[in-house]
Design a protein around this ligand. Structure first.
Ligand SMILES: Nc1ncnc2c1ncn2[C@@H]1O[C@H](COP(=O)(O)OP(=O)(O)OP(=O)(O)O)[C@@H](O)[C@H]1O
Ligand code: SF4
Ligand SMILES: [Mg+2]
Length: 338
């Protein structure tokens, strides 16, 4: 079956001046297989999560050093479309996004209804009355009363503003919704409400999602699969429950071990070391300076090694042909770290 969104060997590098090139998205591949599927992209700050979103929306910053790869939407290659075609046919119509920090970026002088109507009025199918009716529908769909259309952003709570951001992204019925840290500035109970809204949107009308977060727990609650981003690469990709229970990459494992647990006496372990400078990456495996399992093979850069669940792990320990590789994938996380 043709995947809904297939991303292959995507690169987005930035020219940081002085000969420095930042590899923010570096050879990233994954697919959203079908309607209503969600992939969580998790990882520390600076791992390239927002850059991936901007690459998919074709909204890179000006200082691009490299931008290539393949992005297919229902089989259609998007990277060969002109900028004009992409703007007219794809951005907001087929792939939409809620930007990182969007809830604090609403225009303070525009009423909520006017903000949501903006993308509608750019579309010839809507005149003003039709846009008004659509705005009211969208508000209700994201769990807000229709009369919120006449309110200003300062009259709304953080959670309500985030719902407005989601309503705006849904305006033109996209197939794929990218959400960049949609809950990170919200308190836990409001976070849960937004997550429930996203679950509903995933079930019906079956919107597919890329859910970007630094919180692997939150991602596993919503997402079918999880990609673990590190230093511009996706170190691991797999079904959410498998990545949580038997991570196949030491970085995923350490990320999980750094989380506090409600029902365990095992205290969280702080992640050792710091992420690398993306313009001066370590030779070989990018995680090597922080990896408790590093061995000889890790001087070579590991490829994405396929796993039986159609995911991958960029770690030599998963390659049975490599001397010294010994990933005991079925041991619980605590045991492997001891
Ligand atoms: N226009 C730019 N020019 C140079 N470097 C950039 C540019 N934009 C982002 N970067 C760098 O690219 C890397 C990836 O940034 P990105 O914003 O994609 O990370 P992120 O995973 O979204 O981080 P966060 O969790 O903090 O939002 C970072 O090192 C960042 O400093
Ligand atoms: S390839 Fe080596 S250094 Fe990299 S994560 Fe695997 S064991 Fe660690
Ligand atoms: Mg970001």
């Amino acid at each position: 079956m043709t995947p809904l969104l297939a991303v292959d060997n995507l690169h987005l590098w930035y020219d940081a001046g002085g000969g420095r090139v930042v590899r923010a998205v570096d050879n990233v591949s994954f697919a959203l297989e079908k309607k209503g599927e969600a992939i969580g992209i998790v990882g520390e700050s600076g791992s390239g999560k927002s850059s991936l979103a901007l690459a998919l929306m074709r909204m890179p910053p000006k200082n691009v050093a490299r931008f290539d790869g393949s992005v297919r939407l229902a089989g259609q290659e998007l990277t060969t479309l002109s900028d004009d075609q992409f703007r007219r046919e794809i951005r907001w119509r087929r792939i939409a996004m809620v930007f990182q920090g969007a809830m604090s970026a609403l225009n303070p002088v525009l009423r909520v209804g006017e903000q949501i109507a903006e993308p509608l009025l750019l579309d010839h199918r809507y005149d003003k009355p039709a846009a008004g009716a659509r705005v009211r529908d969208l508000l209700e769909r994201v769990g807000l009363p229709a009369d919120f259309a006449s309110r200003y952003p300062h009259e709304l709570s953080g959670g309500q503003r985030q719902r407005v951001g989601i309503a705006t992204a849904l305006a033109l019925d996209p197939d794929v919704l990218i959400l960049d840290e949609p809950t990170s500035a919200l308190d836990v109970s409001v976070q849960a409400q937004i997550l429930n809204l996203l679950k509903d949107l995933k079930d019906a009308p079956g919107i597919s999602m890329l859910f970007i977060t630094h919180d692997i727990g939150l991602a596993s609650d919503l997402c079918d699969r999880i990609a673990v981003a590190y230093a511009g690469e996706h170190m691991e990709l797999g079904p959410a429950e498998r990545v949580l229970v038997t991570p196949h990459h030491p970085y995923s494992q350490l990320l999980l071990a750094s989380l506090p647990r409600l029902h365990s006496d095992v205290p969280p372990r702080p992640m050792p070391g710091d992420p690398p400078d993306l313009s001066a990456l370590p030779k070989g495996c990018r995680f090597r300076p922080r990896c408790p399992y590093a061995f000889d093979a890790c001087r070579e850069h590991p490829p994405a090694i396929p796993l039986p669940d159609a995911g991958h792990a960029r770690c030599w320990l998963n390659d049975r042909n490599v001397a010294g590789a010994r990933f005991e994938t079925h041991l619980p996380t605590e045991a492997r770290l001891d």
